[in-house]
Design a protein around this ligand. Structure first.
Ligand code: NAD
Length: 366
């Protein structure tokens, strides 16, 4: 089949890791006899520099033609002036909202050969296989009013944490469905002791749990959850949370895997609308990390989170499960043979470059 994929590298290490994702796509295309048409688009800081717009019409037209989007990351010190009118992040926030990508799935899986790369004790990591379902188009990131202003008594700023019943229900539905298809365990994260949005979230989760009697629902306050993810990570299966909490908890959970550079994500508008028949709006796939300005340009970034995002795309957007599995297996075998980028290197191993890691993984695809 013929698939059109928008390639949006963004800034910093975004272009470095997405080049490795493209290598993988070329191998899958050849070995499994598919046709991937790659459509290049510019976004974020790079697009501000070229078009004075973080998401120019040229890029929107590329997205319009695509069946799925591969995205690197946007942002960096060059565009960080707090008074700047244009922000690179506005590019990705616009895409999430306009494509209705409210469900962000972030699988936290541990590759056995990397257990020593994590600062967490190995006996806590053996059974870890978590999927975080993060609400992606609501909450503090989008709520209004959202502004800074000057008063006689000094400067002020406001962000708004707002959620509607329908927004909460649709993300919880995705989480309950996923939990039903896995180990029937769902941890719903909120701050119901302090926040009204948290109390509404908890109330709706409790009501909906009646429709999923097989799923064991647990409510956990976000502060407690942040501790338990490190202390008892193996106890979690599916975790669901609002936008900001999900963002923070997944960066924390990435430590379990050895590095932030290991975790992929899928941003979807529904859990079940992806199949071989093409969808109207594309889903978006990106690693959870940012542009890593501290290592950008050095060729040492870990491309595995980006490559695993390709596997998620093949699986969720195109229904190519065998191909997605082949990518997972090639990463597993490359790590088992001792190949490591700098962020996951431990004693006895030598670090290889981003590009070399991409070569090793693509060569290992069967
Ligand atoms: P970051 O994720 O870019 O980096 C955090 C730390 O993790 C750094 O030490 C970095 O070197 C390391 N790291 C991240 N990815 C790595 C990889 N693939 N391989 C090896 N090490 C890796 O977070 P930050 O430093 O807080 O943010 C930097 C910029 O990225 C900011 O401008 C921020 O707004 C942006 N950002 C963008 C996105 C996105 O586009 N979706 C997400 C998060 C942050």
């Amino acid at each position: 089949m013929d698939y059109k994929i928008a390639i949006l590298p963004g800034d910093g290490i975004g272009p470095e890791v997405i080049s490795e994702a493209v290598k993988i796509l070329k191998v899958i295309e050849k070995k499994y006899d598919h046709s991937f048409e790659l459509l290049d688009g510019i976004i974020g800081g790079a697009a501000i520099d070229k078009y004075a717009n973080p998401i120019p019409k040229e890029t929107l037209s590329v997205i319009d033609k695509s069946d799925a989007i591969l995205f690197g990351a946007v942002g960096g010190p060059k565009w960080d002036d707090p008074n700047a009118e244009l922000r690179p992040e506005d590019g990705i926030l616009f895409l999430r909202k306009s494509l209705n990508l409210f469900a962000n799935l972030r699988p936290i899986k541990i590759f056995k050969s990397l257990i020593d790369s994590s600062p967490i004790k190995s006996d806590l990591l053996n059974e870890v296989d978590i999927i975080v379902v993060r609400e992606l188009t609501g909450g503090l990131y989008f709520g209004s009013p959202k502004k800074r202003w000057v008063t006689a008594k000094g400067r002020k700023a406001v962000d708004t944490l707002i959620y509607s019943e329908s927004e909460i229900k649709r993300i919880l539905k995705v989480a309950f469905q996923l939990a039903s298809s896995r180990n029937q365990k769902l941890a719903s994260i909120d701050k119901a002791n302090v926040l009204e949005t948290g109390r509404l979230w908890r109330q709706i989760a409790t009501e909906m749990s009646k429709d999923y009697p097989n799923v064991n629902l647990e409510h956990i306050l976000v502060d407690n959850a942040s501790m338990q993810i490190i202390q008892n990570p193996y106890k979690f299966d599916v975790i669901v949370s609002e936008n900001t909490f999900g963002d923070i908890l997944t960066d924390e959970a990435s430590v379990l895997s050895g590095s932030m550079g290991m975790i992929p994500s899928a941003s979807l508008s529904s859990l079940n609308n992806n199949s071989n028949s093409k969808k109207i709006k594309p889903s978006l796939y990106e690693p959870i990390h940012g542009t890593a300005p501290d290592i950008a340009g050095k060729g040492i970034a870990n491309p595995i989170g980006m490559i695993l995002s390709v596997a998620l795309m093949l699986n969720y957007s195109f229904g190519l499960k065998v191909e997605a599995d082949a990518i997972y297996k090639s990463i597993n075998s490359s790590l088992s043979l001792g190949y490591r980028t700098k962020d996951i290197v431990s004693s006895g191993y030598e670090a290889i470059s981003t590009s070399k890691m991409g070569d090793i993984i693509s060569d290992a695809i069967e």
